[in-house]
Design a protein. Structure first.
Lengths: 327, 456
């Protein structure tokens, strides 16, 4: 007791040192793998990862067995099943009889978001657009005024695919809400997503794709008419890529390949890769566009907006004007 | 391995202290040497060799130097300075791997060592273990403080007449020392981990945006953020080093004395990085004649001191700007000093609270073009070239408000003085314990991840 009185700090540090010796201070956090890209290499244990996923979600396990290319075909079958419930939900609102869709090859039943093609659009295209993303999308909202004035942004630093929809971070007049709730309350014509950098250190490309698919399905369920645009994860600079075990471009590319496989024009899910606007010849983020090797510097965000404008989604018919909005 | 690594705090330091205090007093100095070289070898074993060679060289000369041998003194200084300059030059060309960690600090300790010997400020001739230990002291190896040999001489740790007082007494002494050192260590750690590290992430965010795209309020916030970051980082580090020093029985070395409370730039630099200031004053400024030989020579002497200080920090042009700006303010204060004390008061404060932070900006931004872009945002005479987000100031103030607030609070001299005077009371101890836990949580969350505060 006298020791405690005389040397309380010594006691505290000794206790801490002992704790450190036994636990290494790996504190049980909310989701350590997501927030902290740990140094542990996650690349090796692909098998257990898949097994774990298969166990947690047996219905999806067939999809994961195949390679990416194989997946595309599996995906095609899968999406048809997926569209049906959506179509059924729509019909009562549209007041259109079910039979019509099944009866003939009319172009009418094609949902408004399906089979669009890329074309240059003007700014008003983004009036009904929603952007979901991490700090990079935050930057887009801050440093691209023209886009920010028109589109809605639900973006947050360190946002991940897993948490994107449920985290209550969007400030509204009625307090903070999750994207999930806001998708119930509002309608969007186009939903752009760029996520994945914050979880690049955890999981595998396959598990990432699966998380991504779950998120897209949930968005689709809430926004049956929206065009969903998956944006490839933006690269980091060569300097960063060559010096970081997690945040490097080979990893980003493998993740992008995985989520590119989710595109499905008939289901209104498109994939665009903005990296073509930012990359140097070696397919890294061009060093002069960034100061911190990860984010675009403020003055570079215009390039992103320009890329988005060049890659608007419009229907290839006469009644489409350049805004793509009158469909 | 830096002071805020868990491996240092919870492995190296306790094991070292245990062995150190278990050993008889006469052996401790060898434990200290071994421990320090082990600590240094963790960075690069080649660095140890350079340190050892230079230590032996300075030790070999110190006997002659003490007896007033000019040549020995000149030879010692030349080799020390030349090796530092060479290392800096190699570092500039071949990258940081060529510049041994902490070299500019231990070389300055060696120079001071010779100079003190030459001026007869050493009581006894240093022995080989004394010299080796003094140069390699692990708490001061990386970034100072630049302790003087006289302080090392009067430290009691390895020559205490402990045998006479009995083991109970000795044990008590050790515990008092450890407890005492821990108060400084924890306070310094909190300044570094809880304030400086967070302020740095704000500063890094501005860097990522690009200086040309900062709104003017954010640009000013950045200036003060960096100034406080630098202060808490270095002050915190110095307190940690001093705390570990106290734990092994060295005297408390004060390297910062509430510089921002200073009434002028000259005073600021007597309170900021005190040991470096002492070094330049005693070994450059005063030998050159100080301020006693008229205006012109005073200006020349100050100019030399600040040129050297600038070069010591780095051999890029921004450090010369920095040194030049500081020199300019010091000269201005000297001009006012004799004539207008009222005006001096105002100008002095303005220098410290506005001028000094602006000089830190020159210190921080080594690229001249970017520095100029930053200044154009601070004083927006022209329209911004890049895109500016008007909400940026509020965004960062609300995100970092708590760190900025406490950074300001701990700038108030009386806050620190209260801590200093009452640091062994239960209330302050409880506060320190809480700070310690907060630091650990903050560091554990970092978990070796350099991006803790820089999430995407």
């Amino acid at each position: 007791m006298r020791f405690v009185n005389a040397c309380p700090l010594l006691l505290v540090t000794v206790v801490s040192a002992t704790l450190y010796a036994f636990t290494g201070f790996r504190l049980p956090e909310r989701e350590p793998a997501d927030e902290i890209p740990t140094v542990r290499e996650e690349t090796v244990p692909e098998m257990p990862e898949e097994l774990a996923l298969a166990a947690s979600d047996p219905l999806q396990s067939d999809l994961r067995g195949a390679d990416d290319e194989m997946d595309l075909s599996a995906e095609a079958e899968q999406t048809e099943e997926r569209i049906d419930p959506v179509a059924e939900q729509e019909q009562p609102e549209d007041g259109q009889p079910v039979e019509e869709e099944e009866s003939g090859p009319d172009p009418e039943p094609v949902p408004p978001y399906a089979d669009l093609s890329f074309a240059e659009v003007d700014a008003s295209f983004f009036d009904d657009a929603l952007f979901i993303g991490d700090s990079r999308t935050v930057g887009l909202s801050e440093y691209c005024e023209e886009l920010d004035e028109r589109a809605t942004f639900y973006a947050k630093i360190s946002l991940t695919v897993k948490k994107a929809l449920d985290l209550e971070f969007v400030k509204t007049e009625e307090g903070r809400k999750s994207i999930d709730t806001l998708l119930d309350e509002n309608d969007y014509g186009k939903i752009y997503v760029m996520l994945g950098l914050n979880e690049i250190g955890s999981g595998t490309a396959e598990s990432f794709r699966e998380d991504y698919r779950v998120m897209i399905d949930r968005i689709r369920e809430k926004q049956p008419d929206a065009v969903i645009v998956i944006q490839g994860i933006m690269h980091v600079t060569k300097n960063k890529s060559n010096n970081d075990r997690s945040f490097n471009n080979p990893r980003i590319n493998s993740r992008n390949e995985a989520i590119a496989g989710l595109q499905d024009a008939r289901a209104g899910i498109y994939y665009i890769d903005p990296n073509e606007a930012f990359d140097d010849e070696e397919h890294h983020l061009t060093a002069s566009l960034s100061f911190d090797d990860v984010h675009l510097k403020a003055a570079s965000y215009g390039l992103w907006y320009e890329f988005l404008r060049q890659h608007g989604l419009v229907r290839n018919t006469e009644e489409t004007d350049v805004t793509g909005n009158d469909l | 391995m830096t002071f805020t690594d868990f491996d240092f705090l919870f492995r190296f330091l306790p094991v070292f202290l245990f062995v150190y205090y278990l050993a008889p007093a006469v052996v401790r100095i060898y434990v200290l040497i071994a421990g320090s070289y082990f600590f240094y070898a963790l960075f690069d074993i080649r660095f140890c060799l350079i340190l050892l060679l230079l230590s032996l060289w300075n030790y070999a000369l110190v006997g002659l130097v003490r007896r007033g041998n000019r040549r020995a003194f000149a030879a010692g200084v030349t080799v020390d300075v030349a090796s530092l300059v060479l290392a800096k030059a190699f570092g500039a060309v071949g990258g940081p791997a060529w510049m041994p960690v902490g070299m500019s600090f231990y070389v300055f300790r060696m120079l001071f060592f010779l100079a003190d010997g030459y001026r007869g400020k050493m009581k006894k001739e240093p022995t080989l273990p004394d010299s080796l230990a003094f140069f390699c002291l692990f708490p001061q190896l990386l970034s100072g403080p630049i302790m003087r040999y006289a302080d090392f001489e009067r430290s009691s740790a390895f020559r205490e007449p402990a045998e006479a007082t009995g083991w109970r007494r000795r044990l008590r002494n050790i515990f008092v020392r450890l407890e005492n050192g821990l108060t400084w260590l924890i306070f310094g750690m909190a300044a570094k981990v809880l304030l400086a590290d967070h302020l740095r992430s704000l500063w890094n965010a501005l860097y990522g945006i690009g200086y040309e795209s900062l709104s003017t309020p954010l640009a000013w916030l950045g200036v003060y953020t960096y100034s406080m970051e630098l202060y808490y980082d270095f002050w915190g580090y110095s307190l940690m080093a001093a705390g570990v020093g106290v734990m092994i029985g060295l005297p408390m070395i004060e390297n910062f004395r509430q510089p921002y409370a200073a009434g002028g730039v000259s005073e600021f630099y007597r309170r900021w990085h005190v040991t470096l200031g002492d070094f330049f004053r005693e070994n450059v400024y005063i030998p050159l004649g100080g301020s006693r030989n008229g205006w012109l020579k005073t200006v020349r002497n100050l100019g030399i001191v600040w040129l050297l200080t600038g070069l010591w920090h780095g051999i890029t042009v921004n450090f010369l700007f920095w040194a030049g700006a500081v020199l300019f303010m010091i000269l201005m204060e000297r001009e006012l000093k004799d004539r207008r004390s009222r005006l001096l008061h105002l100008v002095g404060r303005l220098h410290v609270l506005v001028g000094i932070p602006l000089t830190w900006l020159m210190f921080a931004v080594s690229d001249t073009e970017r520095l100029s872009a930053y200044f154009q945002r601070l004083f927006p005479i022209r329209e911004a070239v890049g895109t500016v987000y008007d909400g940026d100031f509020l965004k960062y103030v609300s995100a970092y408000g708590i760190y900025l607030f406490f950074s300001l609070v701990f700038m108030i001299p009386s806050v620190y003085h209260y801590f200093e005077r009452h640091r062994r009371t239960p209330a302050v101890t409880a506060g320190l314990t809480a700070l310690f836990v907060l630091c650990l949580i903050s560091l554990a969350r970092a978990g070796g991840n350099p991006f803790l505060y820089l999430q995407f």
